[in-house]
Design a protein around this ligand. Structure first.
Ligand code: GLN
Length: 490
């Protein structure tokens, strides 16, 4: 049994061993037979129609890099004519009138949309427990315990780890691609800020949000990112840089690479088993020709507090559009306009979303703006400067993706601060806009996956993927199959 990657499926399609319709049918039946709650909605008819169209194109000798490959989409991406909920009651039944650029681009390369994956409400969370559509089950859960898949892209992570999709999209504002990738034994990449268009991706914190791939391998991540990235006039923060083939450096040697290991990423709160596994993974790079160097990011302790001012501030503004007038849910009993707004938002949002809106509105209010919001922006600059200084001494930074492996459902749901601490290592890259990835680095004694976190300089995704890919050539952690994967294989 082995994992099934996009690359392998693409070869199978090219050689005629299978068709896109066959593949899509197979994945749809796995989704049906799974109990991970990884999907919020599927439209089998539509997926099969897309697969048939891809098979037709192939029949006419037309091809494209993702032709006929099924990919699951996080339910944060609008898809024309499709329910797009963002994991919230507020958007239950909302049918998007247009398609997100990232989804459009994947489709333009021939991929088939397998369905919309579950997620924390409005992408706020690290466990997928805040979804209105229910918690998601981590496919790596042992027989006697139910673990979270991480969040907010928990449905995408569980879908790929359980063999319900060969790959999925995710979004990452503070760690939502990398943390679930680490909890579910996947490769997850958050590109540089601005690399992938945010058009049609429901906004959480606009200065931090980025879309990216969740796959089994760096090779697949490169394939997907090549399709997803690119300038988009409809997103004012989209980067106007030349189109790249992110696979082009995969096979380069790592001889002469300098890896920086920030000492702040191995401090208090880090599980000792995670530390040991991550240190061993970094050491493995020596055999690949790399040199390891201790570096410092002295302001990293300021990342979490500044994120939890900036992200809620932007969220409180972004989420003001959900007021019952235009999108989705509206309370049924109200006396006047203000009462309608109040009841709609009280009934439509979950607790975590309300908490963020209140924190954000407070931080932005006159009198507190300078004390909180402006201050947090200044800290953000310090964090960014730390990275610039570190990259003068090394090519890439490495550490743990998360302080602990996946935890039990309901074990942290009532303790927001302990939930926020999950993202202590991932948030700095979002604040600085840098590309960062989590790759499979080994397993704890309880057979739970642990992720290695890689951060690289701005716009160096191709190099980052090369570093990840070379590690995957000499290790097999990424090929391990989750105990509850459908059919025992994926
Ligand atoms: N867990 C973090 C939060 O709740 C990050 C979420 C994300 O990246 N979307 O804000």
């Amino acid at each position: 049994m082995t994992i099934t990657t996009l690359t392998k499926l693409s070869d199978m399609l090219a050689s005629g061993k299978t068709s896109s319709v066959e593949l899509t049918q197979d994945y749809l039946s796995r989704i049906k037979n799974s109990n991970h709650n990884a999907f919020i909605s599927i439209d089998a008819e539509q997926s099969l129609a897309e697969a048939a169209a891809a098979d037709d194109l192939r029949g006419q000798q037309k091809t494209s890099p993702l032709l006929g490959l099924p990919i699951a989409q996080k339910d944060i991406f609008c898809i024309d004519g499709t329910q797009t909920t963002c994991g919230s009651k507020m958007l239950e039944g909302f049918i998007a009138p247009y398609t997100a650029t990232v989804v459009d681009k994947l489709k333009a390369q021939g991929s088939v949309n397998l369905g919309k994956t579950n997620m924390d409400e409005f992408a706020m969370g690290s466990s997928n427990e805040s979804s209105y559509f229910g918690a998601v089950i981590n496919p790596w859960s042992p027989a006697n315990e139910t673990l979270v898949p991480g969040g907010s892209s928990g449905g995408s992570a569980a879908a790929v780890a359980a063999g319900l999709a060969p790959a999925a999209t995710g979004t990452d504002t503070g760690g939502s691609i990398r943390q679930p990738a680490s909890f579910c034994n996947l490769t997850g990449l958050k590109p540089s800020y601005g690399r992938c268009s945010r058009y049609g991706m429901i906004a959480f914190a606009s200065s931090l949000d980025q879309a990216g791939p969740m796959t089994h391998t760096a090779e697949d991540a490169a394939l997907m990112l090549t399709a997803m990235a690119g300038f988009d006039q409809r997103d004012s923060t989209s980067l106007n840089v030349p189109q790249e083939d992110f696979s082009r450096l995969l096979n380069e040697s790592l001889n002469g690479l300098t890896i920086g290991v920030p000492k702040e990423f191995f401090g208090e709160g880090l599980d000792s088993e995670v530390a040991t596994l991550v240190e061993a993974a970094i050491k493995e790079y020596e055999a690949l020709g790399a040199t390891i160097k201790s570096v410092s990011l002295p302001n990293s302790h300021l990342a979490l507090p500044s994120y939890y001012v900036i992200a809620p501030a932007e969220a409180s503004s972004n989420l003001s559009r959900f007021d019952g007038v235009r999108y989705g849910f509206r309370a049924s009993d109200y006396t006047d306009l203000v009462d309608m707004y109040t009841k709609t938002r009280t009934e439509g949002f979950g607790d975590e979303v309300k908490r963020r809106i209140m924190i954000g509105a407070y931080a932005l209010s006159s009198g507190y703006y300078d004390a909180y919001y402006s201050k947090a922006q200044k800290l953000r600059r310090l964090i960014s400067n730390d990275f610039d200084a570190a990259f003068e001494q090394c090519d890439v930074l490495m550490g743990p993706t998360t302080p602990s492996p996946a935890f039990a459902i309901n074990s942290r749901a009532d303790d927001p601060v302990s939930m926020y601490l999950n993202d202590i290592y991932t948030i700095p890259a979002n604040l600085a806009g840098l590309p960062a990835a989590s790759i499979q680095a080994g397993f704890t004694n309880n057979n739970l996956p642990v992720g290695l976190h890689l951060i690289s300089p701005y716009l160096q995704e191709a190099k980052l993927l090369n570093i990840a890919h070379q590690y995957q050539q000499v290790t097999d952690w990424h090929t391990r199959i989750a105990p509850t994967a459908i059919g025992g294989s994926n």
